[in-house]
Design a protein around this ligand. Structure first.
Ligand code: NAP
Length: 246
């Protein structure tokens, strides 16, 4: 029986790279997306043609409880178990401080933080029945110390994910390991509208002088899910290429 990995928000970016890494390692995989159906189905086909694993693609908004419940039930109906969950779905609505609205703030918290809670809650139930599983929550260095008023709502959601990770690790002990990854800048669509001068100045702050490729985050997620990480729990792994604090 193959292990099963569900990665939320996996039609593109870091989530897509994570699905591919899990498939390479022989996991059956569940792609989740909100509106990118074409990308999700293309990814499903590519994985089925390349790796000897089973693939499900499920549309569900992680911020909506009923949709999360249905998604998790479909996974259990198909595979009978979920071994690894990566809470990766996320949004950022960057604006000036003056333009920040309550609606944008709430939506960001709903998807990034409440979504992580909801999917963990429904998947955790099945992992607890089996008395094993791993959950990996994608936070950000913005949740620790790379903060920007333009993304203060996003930064708060990512700080919340770190707190949630520690509480879930406690709640699910000793059966489910729960960890978080805090990436720095990653080359995905989320950052495609950034001003080139800003990108250059952010790259100069990084010791490796570049943004990460999505695969460089995905490989850490797959490591955290594996037995090689069997004693890592309730932890935040920073993956940002190093910063100059001197
Ligand atoms: P991305 O390229 O914008 O992709 C976001 C993914 O999340 C898409 O698959 C999208 O689905 C999905 N999604 C958005 N809202 C959703 C919802 N309500 N329900 C289900 N799925 C939803 O983002 P990314 O850069 O890969 O980021 C992935 C994660 O890493 C996020 O949590 C982000 O905050 C975090 N992160 C990113 C960076 C970075 O520099 N890129 C740095 C640190 C942390 P659709 O395609 O259907 O819209």
């Amino acid at each position: 029986m193959k292990p099963v990995a569900l990665v939320t928000g996996s039609s593109r970016g870091i989530g897509k790279a994570t699905i591919i890494e899990f498939a390479k390692k022989g996991y059956d995989v569940v792609i989740n997306y909100l509106s990118s159906e074409e990308e999700a189905l293309k990814l499903k086909k590519m994985i089925e043609e390349t790796y000897q694993v089973q693939v499900l693609a499920i549309q569900a908004d992680v911020s909506k409880e009923e949709e999360v419940k249905n998604m998790v039930e479909e996974v259990i109906h198909t595979f009978g178990h979920i071994d690894c969950l990566v809470n990766n779905a996320g949004i950022a609505i960057d604006t000036t401080f003056e333009d920040k609205t309550v609606e944008n703030f709430r939506r960001t918290l709903d998807v990034n933080l409440i979504g992580t809670f909801l999917v963990s809650k429904y998947v955790g139930k099945y992992m607890l029945e089996k008395k094993e599983g791993t959950i990996i929550n994608i936070s950000s260095t913005n949740g620790i110390d790379t903060i920007y008023p333009e993304s203060l709502d996003y930064d708060a959601s990512k700080a919340g994910i770190i707190s949630l990770t520690k509480n879930l690790a406690l709640q699910y002990a000793p059966y489910i390991r729960v960890n978080s990854i805090a990436p720095g800048w990653v080359l995905t669509e989320m950052n495609q509208e950034l001003d080139p001068e800003f990108v250059e100045s952010e790259q100069q702050k990084c010791l490796l002088k570049r943004f990460a490729e999505p695969e460089e985050i995905a490989q850490v997620a797959v490591f955290l899910a594996s037995r090689d990480a069997s004693y890592i729990n309730g932890e935040v792994i920073r993956v940002d290429g190093g910063v100059n604090n001197g």
